[in-house]
Design a protein around this ligand. Structure first.
Ligand SMILES: *Cc1c(COP(=O)(O)O)cnc(C)c1O
Length: 394
């Protein structure tokens, strides 16, 4: 099939909900992808922070094949080994107490919302279901998670949105106090705002917020859909903030490209959702769980240290190039935002880089880099070379 045939087919038969780049992707290995015509691309995007261990990792492929050959799916009315073992691994390495598995990030956050509301209902009864979120956040595309998202552009078309969310400016305890009230049960936040532009939260702010949550008996809920599974250089970003959340959502990187999401609860909240209160038909599917186990095995402490080191290298290299459209870098680990200077358009820059063989992402007004966590030094250098040759002469 040619590129033109594929584009025509897509336009004829799919809902055009994506502003796609004029590129197709056919297959990949490591952190390199190839299109139908055989052109290579270095990948600084990893899907959108999904392909944590790159493409076609042999251990991952084998685990998927083996599990699919034994049991591809059975309902959650039965016990299955991959589900229980994956939950054990996640809890042991995060210090959380219990896991629930769904299929996406939005669903993970929906689970956190239900967890907080039921915790509060059980203890205080009705009228205490409001969840505080932060401006510029992103929590997903379901009706409730759109309502939770602190960006007005997402609050269009789909009225009526569910209520029970109030939003405060990030980084200010005063702003949070202003929207607080007797109807609040939780705060939900990203520790590095991803879609909003890669903005890490201040350590002191997060600490103060955790103290306030403890004082008011609000649950502290962390959306780690993008920051989790090693992206920031620890398994979860909260492990770098000295806090113990009540609930943590995850998705994107967890199964290395297969659809999986979910959430973790701490000891205090592990029994809030009892039998019949929450469920997912596909959640914790054996094949996805087996794939996730490989991802977590590969992302051991050495690999996480390498993520921190590669992040430093990537940021220092980009800043040292002094490319005309680019300013300072920010982020944690291999979750990197690059400032795009006034007069330049981040989407136009991304399109040029992609055309020249380097996949990058945009977020808010910035360029965003989320390479596979296992990317090699040689692949990083190739990508940096394309960045330089594309942007130095603009
Ligand atoms: C991507 C993302 C989501 C939504 O995840 P889906 O799998 O697309 O539902 C939610 N929160 C954050 C922080 C994300 O980055």
């Amino acid at each position: 099939m040619t590129h033109e045939d594929l584009v025509a087919l897509d336009h004829q038969y799919t809902m055009q909900t994506y502003g796609r780049y004029d590129v197709d992707i056919d297959h990949g290995k490591g952190a390199t992808l190839w299109d139908l015509a055989g052109k290579a691309y270095i990948d600084f995007a990893a899907g959108i922070g999904v392909n944590a261990i790159g493409y076609a990792n042999e251990r991952w492929v084998e685990a998927i094949y083996d599990q699919a050959s034994r049991l591809g799916h059975v309902s959650n009315l039965f016990y299955t080994q991959p589900y229980a073992k994956l939950a054990e691994t996640l809890c042991r390495r995060s210090g959380m107490a219990a896991a629930f598995f769904g299929n996406s990030g939005a669903e993970g956050n929906e689970g956190l919302i239900k967890l907080a509301r039921k915790y509060s209902f059980d203890k205080y009864g009705k009228g205490r279901g409001t969840i505080l979120t932060l401006k510029n956040s992103f929590h997903g595309r379901t009706s409730a998670t759109l309502a939770a998202t602190g960006q007005e552009v997402f609050h269009n078309y789909f009225h009526p949105f569910p209520d029970g969310f109030r939003c405060a400016r990030a980084g200010s305890m005063d702003a949070l106090q202003e929207v607080a009230g007797h109807d609040v049960c939780a705060v939900l936040l990203e520790l590095v705002q991803g879609e909003g532009g890669v903005y890490p939260m201040d350590q002191d702010y997060v600490h103060d917020l955790a103290v306030l949550c403890a004082e008011r008996d609000w649950l502290l809920l962390v959306d780690e859909v993008q920051t989790g599974i090693g992206r920031t250089g620890t398994l979860f970003a909260f492990q770098q903030y000295g806090i113990i959340p009540d609930g943590v959502s995850f998705a994107k990187g967890i199964a290395g490209g297969l659809p999986m999401g979910g959430f973790l609860a701490n000891e205090r909240c592990r029994n809030v959702l009892g039998p019949g209160t929450h469920a997912s038909t596909f959640g914790g599917n054996p094949v996805c769980a087996a794939a996730a186990q490989v991802v977590l095995d590969i992302l051991d402490e050495d690999a996480l240290a390498a993520v921190r080191e590669k992040g430093r290298y990537l940021r220092a290299s980009i800043e040292a190039m002094g490319l005309p459209p680019l300013g300072a870098t920010r982020g944690l680990g291999l979750m990197i935002g690059v400032e795009v200077k006034e007069g330049w358009d981040n989407r136009d820059l991304a399109a040029r880089l992609i055309q020249n063989g380097l996949l990058v992402l945009t977020a808010g007004p910035a360029l965003r880099l989320l390479p596979p966590l296992t990317i090699t030094r040689a692949e990083l250098d190739k990508g940096l070379e394309i960045l330089k040759s594309t942007l130095q002469s603009l």
